[in-house]
Design a protein around this ligand. Structure first.
Ligand SMILES: Cc1ncc(COP(=O)(O)O)c(C=O)c1O
Length: 370
């Protein structure tokens, strides 16, 4: 096995699943970032006969299906205020693949990638898989002192997974200033751009188009996680590198899936508005019901729950008890080394009734502590 094959972290849920297996009843999954809503565009709603078989069944273009790329350009120009053309767009197998190609395209082995922490778990393993060292910082104010001659990029997500935190315009300015001063790339993960409840979403690339790679996802925006379509917007030289990496990893994203993503992008405005209302209501409901505290997340799909009152610096023991009641939440250790007292609860993955039931079971465990 290679060093990276061994070093990439395994599933964080193995230990919790052992406790879950002992629960005889209905499992309530609050650990995974998904949605219970039907997709903005389902496969069965598409008029497949309207597409030429050659378009669907022969190899597609590595850059992305033309119609989808065109729709992405329109969207990025109008919604994100980004001055892009098709040369700046790369369609990928979800944002996960976009981030892989971005890290591989920008960072050499031995380089360092600064992660604003708590961070989306897979970005750490993505860095490690390319022999890039992840460096965790807990606040924007710590970024500058974490920079070394090996630093090549800073990864930020806004809204963030797991805590829903968002970059304000002052923070974007600060981030861009630091990146310019040290000539660093910014990898801006904006998969939750459509799920902001109090603050407006800001695209970092609008301030620093020359050094920002932005990633977006149909999984999050349009409830199409299983279709695996995402995309990156980047300066042209970076897109050229990412295209080669896409070409050498998957060749092209399945065109049928891109067709479904296209339908969502063209006709999904109503879906976004109604999903946003549902998610906001679910956030407020979950937060009001749960006994453990969490900071109000202005965006995203999660409560970042502070269990320290019940279990001190590492909440794993309390999560094991919760798993034994048939509920999983994601342990803080997956999101950074310094945040083990917290756990992530997804409020969009199950409907309101099951969300209430899952939270009541968590509350039952917390109430059993002296
Ligand atoms: C912040 C963040 N980035 C990227 C992803 C991955 O997105 P995709 O499903 O499009 O690969 C997720 C999924 O949970 C996420 O939360």
């Amino acid at each position: 096995m290679s060093t990276s094959g061994k070093a990439v972290p395994a599933s964080i849920f193995a230990r919790l699943r052992e406790h879950l297996a002992r629960f005889p009843g209905d499992f309530i999954p609050l650990q995974i970032g998904d949605t219970h809503l039907a997709p903005a565009q389902a496969l069965h709603e598409i008029d497949w006969a309207a597409m030429a078989p050659a378009e669907l069944y022969t190899y597609g273009t590595p850059a992305g299906w033309d119609a989808l790329v065109g729709a992405i350009v329109d969207k990025a120009r109008t919604k994100n205020q980004l001055d892009v053309t098709a040369a700046n767009v790369q369609v990928t197998v979800g944002t996960t693949h976009a981030l892989h190609c971005a890290v591989q395209g920008l960072c050499d082995p031995g380089d360092e990638l600064i992660l604003m922490t708590p961070h989306w778990p897979l970005i750490r393993g993505i860095a490690i898989s390319h022999h890039v060292t992840p460096i965790e910082v807990l606040a924007l104010a710590q970024v500058e002192q974490a920079i070394t001659p090996r630093t090549s990029a800073i990864y930020v997500a806004s809204p963030n997974n797991p805590d829903g935190a968002m970059l304000t315009s002052a923070m974007v300015d600060e981030l861009v200033q630091i990146a310019r001063a040290h000539d660093l790339w910014i990898i801006s993960d904006e998969v939750y751009e459509d799920y902001t409840y109090e603050l407006p979403h800001l695209s970092v690339a609008a301030c620093a188009p020359e050094r920002t790679i932005t990633t977006f996802s149909f999984a999050k925006s349009y409830a199409q996680a299983g279709l695996r379509v995402g995309y990156a917007l980047a300066p042209e030289a970076v897109t050229v590198a990412m295209r080669k990496l896409v070409n050498h990893s998957v060749y092209n994203v399945p065109v049928a899936m891109q067709r479904a993503a296209f339908g969502a992008l063209r006709n999904g405005a109503g879906f976004l508005a109604s999903a946003r209302d549902r998610y906001r209501a679910a956030r407020d409901r979950a937060r009001a019901r749960l006994l453990a505290p969490s900071v109000m997340p202005p965006g995203g799909a999660y409560l970042w729950v502070d269990f320290s009152r019940w279990s001190g610096a590492d909440c794993m023991p309390v999560l094991e008890k919760i798993a034994a009641q048939g509920v999983l939440v994601a342990p803080g250790s997956a999101f950074g080394d310094e945040v083990k007292s917290h756990a992530r609860l997804c409020f969009t993955g199950v409907d309101e009734r099951r969300l209430d039931e899952g939270i009541d079971r968590i509350n039952g465990v917390l109430a059993s502590y002296p």
